[in-house]
Design a protein around this ligand. Structure first.
Ligand SMILES: NC(=O)c1ccc[n+]([C@@H]2O[C@H](COP(=O)([O-])OP(=O)(O)OC[C@H]3O[C@@H](n4cnc5c(N)ncnc54)[C@H](O)[C@@H]3O)[C@@H](O)[C@H]2O)c1
Ligand SMILES: CC(C)[C@H](C(=O)O)[C@@H](O)C(=O)O
Ligand SMILES: [Mg+2]
Length: 364
């Protein structure tokens, strides 16, 4: 009996469907290579779901995702729906699915591959060999606190409450330590403990949890200093653990160290092996429908799914090797090409990765 893995596929909006198609092709090849069965079940999320179902996160999409062993998500949003940001509210859309599926741990690696050094806007000596992971808390903090708008004596007032409970901090910090333990054993906890009460609790809990990880070197850094150090000397970082909003900002910044946001994969994990895998970038409405989006972040997210949710480490490495070999052969989509006139499209990039995964040499 072949082992079966159920994968919920939520392509979403903009370039989402284009990049997802290529990731599914790569997964279909893995299926044959590894002798397993992937059962893909498609669902709607984001703007497309607003248009067809009247809500950005239909019940059916939550049900498909809960029944699956893992979820692959493209991207959501676009100018058509962004004027009414209802789909970004905690209870709906992207934030809604994170909460509904209990995806509290967001893992965002930023690894500089040697053949990509020239794509970075920073000096080669600063970015070569950058290999760091941002572990971001994903279901708490200011994103999910109570929001209010009301009229005050001096005009309109807006409030976003930032709440962290000890157990929420502890479970994400443990993920940070566990990830660091498997790497260079250096964890930087990022907060704003000089100003924020939630950060002071964050630091206290992190110190307590550190006692269980004597083999991991823990340091604390304020978020503004971290933003500066990421650009000044990114190689000092191994694993960063931080709260929801700081992780959102720092992971975009880390992404740009390695060239393009079109390359950055992510995993959003629940307790156990269940996870949702998505590129860090958004729906890129400026290039949607043109067939030029970089599918590598989504393909690399699929590799993370193979490793973290299905325990298929060798298959994950094979996909990653295939991606690097295509880049080493010099192929680039527009976002990472030094010479845009030589850039290849989404489908061509997906095809080349499949070729490499099939063991075929990629001609320069
Ligand atoms: N996880 C998500 O679904 C997610 C994440 C961020 C933004 N968004 C949403 O996406 C929409 C657009 O947001 P934005 O423009 O700020 O961010 P974006 O990440 O969509 O795009 C930023 C820039 O990067 C480029 N880019 C992004 N991904 C690319 C890829 N794979 N290949 C080539 N170029 C790529 C875009 O063309 C654009 O110039 C908004 O509605 C936003 O809310 C969704
Ligand atoms: C689109 C937005 C709600 C989302 C976030 O802030 O979490 C995105 O920026 C991300 O990083 O996944
Ligand atoms: Mg973000």
């Amino acid at each position: 009996m072949k082992k079966t893995y159920r994968i919920a596929v939520l392509p979403g909006d903009g370039i989402g469907p284009e990049i997802m198609e290529e990731a599914v092709k790569v997964l279909s090849l893995v299926e044959k290579r590894e002798g397993v069965t992937f059962e893909f079940k498609y669902g709607r999320i984001g703007g497309i779901a607003i248009d067809t179902d009247g809500t950005p996160l239909p019940e059916e999409t939550i049900a498909i995702s809960k029944e699956a062993d893992a979820v692959m998500l493209g991207a959501v949003g676009g100018p058509k729906w962004d004027q009414n940001p209802g789909h970004l509210r905690p209870e709906t859309g992207l934030l809604g699915i994170r909460k509904a599926l209990g995806l509290f741990a967001n893992i965002r690696p930023a690894t500089m591959h040697s053949s990509m050094v020239e794509a970075s806007s920073l000096k080669p000596e600063v970015v070569s060999d950058v290999d760091l992971i941002v572990v971001r808390e994903l279901t708490g903090g200011i994103y999910f606190g109570e929001k209010k708008r009301y009229d005050g004596p001096n005009g309109e007032v807006a409030e976003d409450q930032c709440i962290y409970h000890e157990n929420e901090i502890e479970r994400i910090v443990r993920v940070g330590f566990d990830v660091a333990r498997k790497r260079q054993k250096r964890l930087v906890s990022v907060d704003k403990a000089n100003v924020l009460e939630s950060s002071r609790l964050w630091r206290k809990v992190t110190e307590r949890v550190a006692a269980d990880y004597p083999d991991v070197e823990l340091s604390h850094m304020l978020v503004d200093a971290c933003a500066m150090q990421l650009v000044r000397a990114p190689k000092q970082f191994d694993v960063i653990v931080t709260e929801n909003m700081f992780g959102d900002i720092l992971s975009d910044q880390a992404a740009m160290l390695t060239g393009s946001i079109g390359m950055l994969a992510s995993a959003s994990l629940a307790e156990g092996s269940f996870g949702l895998y998505e590129p860090v970038h958004g729906s890129a409405p400026d290039i949607a429908g043109q067939g030029i989006a970089n599918p590598l972040a989504t393909i690399l997210s699929a590799a993370m799914m193979l490793r973290l949710s299905f325990g298929m480490d060798e298959a994950a490495e094979a996909v990653e090797r295939a991606v690097w070999s295509v880049l080493e052969a010099g192929y680039r989509t527009g976002d990472i090409a030094a010479d845009r006139s030589k850039a290849i499209g989404t489908k061509e990039m997906g095809r080349l990765v499949c070729e490499a995964l099939s063991g075929n040499a990629i001609a320069q």
